[in-house]
Design a protein around this ligand. Structure first.
Ligand SMILES: *Cc1c(COP(=O)(O)O)cnc(C)c1O
Length: 392
């Protein structure tokens, strides 16, 4: 008997403790967590510095409201904006809220331009969250069904197709493009080199905002602070959450250039946005998130890809993603319906499947060489079994 609404297809297991890349059940059994709470605990579970910052701040000052100055919020804002190459930030409490903030900014921007019916360009296979506006921007039919989504507010085009966006240049209602630099929930689709540059040019030419959803790709996940930093562009609006708090719920919407100055006092807000506690956690995360750590994410991510490809390339596996955002696209002949259970129950490895046929890993950014090898060995054993059980 449960009192919880049945919104999740939960696996029949729960954990009572976490440390680094490992989660433990009540009987002490260790599981290798290659998902880190869906790209959230990028520094590993219960990183001692994060836990210390939380407990110290929890016994000093948790919340005062945004009626007053919040020193830790000022500091977190500076650290985050400097790392992200952005001018200003609004702190929210989740990814969906960060995107809601971005979409509201786009509407204000359109209003400023005298547009009557603003529309934002979004992508096929996109995921932007579950508030009504962010779920309307999301592609997944399961997330949208029955909610009377606000479809007049969006135009959807294929991902990684700058021409399709260019073709909308004549539509005077469009005010912004919202896109993930690498699609996370949609199957780890990584666009071709030059895609973001082309989008930035189209947005510039048409005076649209380029808004990047880096809720999943941000905070070191791809080996840079933000995935767009692998390109030559800078977005007008940048959202993030997940890894930002290493498990503490916090999100952020950042702006620069033409997106600065749209909000004034009273035009947006959040009771919990940027509390002393949440902000202190962001500072602690960014204190740890340095070049060496992000290089480790690149190197260990590459080691995992290379090792698995070496073993299974002849079986038709291909790799997706970047840094510690790792996808293995499996050939159609491989049945993945029991992959998650098999990995968990027989190999004590936590993974998931997105986009139908992609095994997704989101390991800790600070994975040691030894843990990288453990992960490769477990994964290779799972893959060998998956191939063995599928007809060729
Ligand atoms: C997870 C995710 C969101 C939603 O974040 P929540 O914190 O669950 O609201 C939005 N966009 C992307 C790209 C995500 O991966």
């Amino acid at each position: 008997m449960t009192y919880l609404m049945p919104t999740y297809a939960r696996q029949p297991i729960s954990f009572v403790r976490g440390e680094g890349s490992y989660l433990y059940t009540a009987d002490g059994t260790a599981y290798f967590d290659a998902l880190t709470g869906i790209a959230v605990c990028g520094l590993g579970h219960c990183h001692p510095d994060i836990s210390a910052a939380i407990s110290e701040q929890a016994s000093t000052l948790i919340h005062t409201s945004n009626l007053f100055g919040v020193d830790w919020q000022e500091k977190a804002g500076e650290m985050l904006c400097k790392a992200a190459g952005m001018d200003e930030v609004f702190f929210a409490n989740s990814g969906a809220e960060a995107n809601e903030c971005a979409l509201k900014l786009a509407r204000l921007y359109a209003h400023q331009q005298g547009k009557a019916r603003p529309k934002v360009v979004v992508m096929e296979n996109s995921f932007h969250g579950r508030t009504l506006l962010s779920v309307s921007a999301t592609a997944n039919p399961k997330a949208r069904a029955g909610f009377f989504t606000l479809d007049d507010d969006f135009v959807r085009v294929p991902f990684n197709d700058a021409q399709a966006v260019m073709a909308l240049s004549d539509d005077a209602d469009i005010c912004a493009v919202l896109v993930e630099p690498i699609q996370g929930e949609g199957g780890l689709h990584t666009p071709s080199d030059g895609y973001l540059e082309e989008l930035a040019k189209i947005c510039d030419d048409n005076n649209w905002l380029l808004m990047l959803d880096e809720v999943q790709t941000g905070n070191g996940r791809t080996g840079k602070y933000f995935a767009y930093q692998h390109s030559t562009i800078t977005p007008d609006v940048l959202t993030t959450a997940k890894g930002l708090g290493n498990g503490f719920p916090i999100g952020a919407c950042m702006v620069r250039g033409k997106a600065v100055g749209l909000f004034g006092a009273g035009s947006h807000g959040s009771t919990y946005g940027g509390t002393p506690l949440g902000s202190r956690v962001v500072c602690a995360v960014y204190e740890l998130l340095d070049e060496a750590l992000m290089q480790n994410a690149q190197a260990q991510g590459e080691a995992i890809r290379t090792a698995i490809l070496q073993k299974f390339a002849t079986q038709g596996i291909s790799v997706r993603g970047r840094g510690m955002m790792i996808g293995f696209a499996m050939p159609d002949t491989v049945d993945l319906s029991n992959a998650v259970n098999l990995a968990r129950d027989e190999h004590h490895l936590l993974i998931n499947v997105t986009g139908g046929n992609v095994i997704r890993l989101l390991p800790a950014l600070n994975l040691s060489k030894a843990d990288t090898q453990v992960l490769i060995d477990k994964l290779a054993a799972v893959f060998a079994q998956l191939f063995a059980q599928s007809p060729r």
